[in-house]
Design a binder for this molecule. Structure first.
Ligand code: MG
Length: 169
């Protein structure tokens, strides 16, 4: 009843979807959810190639109908070569906040065969919630393997999906 009343009082809510994929290759660091994960392969990309943070940025931008990460932080721009994706997420949050939006929650799924990311989920959640300025219980990070099938299962790549709900009062 309370939620319905708020909606009638012109609160807007929007949902956004984000997806990203990067190749895994030797000689690169593996950054996931803002955390450097010890592994023999890393993600290939113009920035630090943090697939989870990129998916989250796109979900937030998508919810606000503000284009995508490539539009705001082009991979042709030398500014973003090797960029820390935590800064991209921070900038993304600033972009949506400037339009009056606040984050209700973010849910995400990271898909990679190896290594196990369970030991890192708590730190990822803390980092993302700090950057987004929301309580950790509004940030969900799930993980799955590729069950040894497809490019994820063959450890050729990593991908991530995210949805974000945002509100404007
Ligand atoms: Mg990316």
């Amino acid at each position: 009843m309370a939620a319905k009343k708020s909606l009638n009082n012109s609160m807007e809510i929007r949902v956004g979807l984000g997806y990203d994929v990067h190749q895994l290759t030797e000689g690169r660091d593996l950054w996931l959810g803002g955390v450097l994960i010890p592994h023999e392969k890393g993600a290939l990309g113009h920035s630090d190639a943090d697939v989870l943070l990129h998916a989250i940025c796109d979900a937030l931008l998508g919810a606000a109908a503000m284009r995508d990460i490539g539009f705001h932080f082009p991979d042709t721009d030398e500014t973003y070569r090797g960029a820390d994706s935590k800064l991209l997420l921070r900038r993304t949050c600033e972009l949506i906040t400037a339009k009056g939006w606040s984050i209700v929650n973010i849910d995400s799924t990271l898909c990679l065969q190896r290594p196990k990311i369970k030991p890192h989920v708590e730190e990822m959640t803390r980092l993302i919630s700090d950057i987004c300025g929301v309580e950790p219980d509004r940030i969900s990070i799930k993980a799955t393997t590729g069950e040894h099938m497809g490019f994820v299962g063959r450890e050729e790549g990593v991908n991530a999906f995210a949805v974000a709900l945002i509100r404007r009062d």
